[in-house]
Ligand binder design. Structure first.
Ligand code: ADP
Length: 371
């Protein structure tokens, strides 16, 4: 038995969990400002540990691993340098991750740490799936390509989804991680073959405040007609678009759905775009995978919003023969469920995601087991 901590640091806050491994028992979890020392001290104050040395490994979630990492990596000078070099691709996140890593290093100097990358799972994509059709010298010189995001979640979902696919020789899964950030991934034999997010998490489907994919000329046109700077428009596409931008009401799908049900035209349109973009990607990935055995809904909206699941599946029914049981497709918070009917051509499941347990598993495997 060993205690392993996972750290998920955002631009302004930090989420942590302390696990007993390999049992995967969560001893403690919480949110706090980004101060490593306080978190570990609170474990002692609460009597969860007696001594700092009880923590045998720390796993940090890192948003951008670029071309360097196709799996979790032990934190050392080289790993740190690479994460630092990727700050331009994830300015808010990678810089915060490093600050957080250093704070915990100071608090627990002898505890080994690993980095688990949101991009790692997507490194199995083929060049035709990750290369953007810009002049190739730019691709090469600046490593401009699709990296994707939410990889740890998609990997977890791909593994959990297998329980519904007993006897399927080459399982084909389309996982939909749909929260305020959202991405869809096509998975064959447990490996990512395509994913919707691009160079940064701005790409793919429409999100709470992000545009997702659009005709790239929209960017230039908005700059020219508004007189705003490129940076201002980029921020607008990241923070003022999506559900918020189209509805003018909220970035939270719950508010937008409520307004749509009350007849608000912009809210209705926002929902229609959102559902359509999800269905479009599922259709695209159905072709990419040569079929599909399981569609998974996960994350804030995917796990909790029956109306989105119902409306997306309705868009898939005619072409793909997807059918769900609306009695089972209830708001069953935090619970896993198979919601497709027995005669549906593709199984559909709700699977609550768990990125932390994946990080804890890697930290335990790499730092504790076998030592
Ligand atoms: P992220 O991790 O990207 O910040 P989440 O996966 O937590 O996002 O998802 C947040 C979104 O999920 C919210 O904007 C909201 O629209 C939706 N959501 C969260 N909880 C619920 C719920 N209980 N019912 C319906 N929708 C929910």
């Amino acid at each position: 038995m060993a205690k392993v901590m996972t750290i998920n640091s955002g631009s302004s806050s930090l989420k942590f969990k302390l696990y007993e491994m390999p049992e995967e028992k969560v001893l403690c979890s919480g949110n706090c400002e980004r101060i490593g020392q306080l978190v570990v001290k609170s474990f002692i104050e609460k009597g969860i540990i007696k001594d700092f040395n009880e923590i045998k490994a720390i796993g940090h979630r890192i948003v951008q691993g670029g071309k360097y990492f196709s799996a979790s990596a032990l934190f050392n000078e080289d790993t740190e340098k690479k994460i630092e070099s990727l700050i331009p691709l994830a300015p808010l996140h990678n810089a915060a991750h490093l600050t957080c890593f250093r704070a915990f290093k100071e608090a627990l100097p002898n505890c080994p740490a690993i980095a688990t990358f949101d991009t790692a799972f997507h490194q199995t994509m083929a060049p035709a799936d990750y290369t953007f059709p810009i002049p190739y010298e730019l691709t090469e010189k600046y490593d401009i390509r699709r990296y994707g995001a939410h990889g740890t979640s998609h990997k977890y979902l791909a593994q959990e989804g297998l329980k519904y696919l007993k006897g399927v020789e080459h399982p084909r899964i389309i996982s939909c991680h749909i929260g305020s950030g959202a991405s869809i991934t096509a998975i064959k034999d447990g490996k990512c073959v395509a994913t919707s997010m691009g160079l940064t998490p701005l790409g793919g489907i429409m999100m709470g405040t992000r545009t997702g994919d659009m005709d790239p000329s929209v960017f230039n046109y908005v700059v020219s007609v508004t007189g705003k700077s490129a940076e201002e428009v980029y921020q607008m596409f990241n923070k003022k678009s999506g559900f918020l931008g189209v509805s003018g009401i909220s970035n939270d799908s719950r508010d937008v759905l409520a307004a749509a049900e009350a007849g608000d035209k912009h809210a209705i349109l926002a929902n229609e775009i959102f559902n359509r973009r999800i269905a479009d990607f599922i259709g695209q990935y159905y072709v990419r995978l040569g079929g599909c055995d399981l569609i998974i809904f996960s994350a804030g909206i995917g796990e909790n919003e029956p109306r989105t699941r119902r409306d997306v599946c309705k868009l898939l029914e005619e072409a793909l023969g997807v059918k769900i049981d609306n009695e089972i497709n209830m708001p069953i918070h935090g619970k896993e469920a198979l919601i497709s009917t027995p005669d549906s051509k593709i199984k559909v499941a709700i699977i609550p995601t768990d990125e932390e347990v994946m990080i804890a598993r890697d930290a335990y495997e790499m730092c504790v087991k076998g030592k």
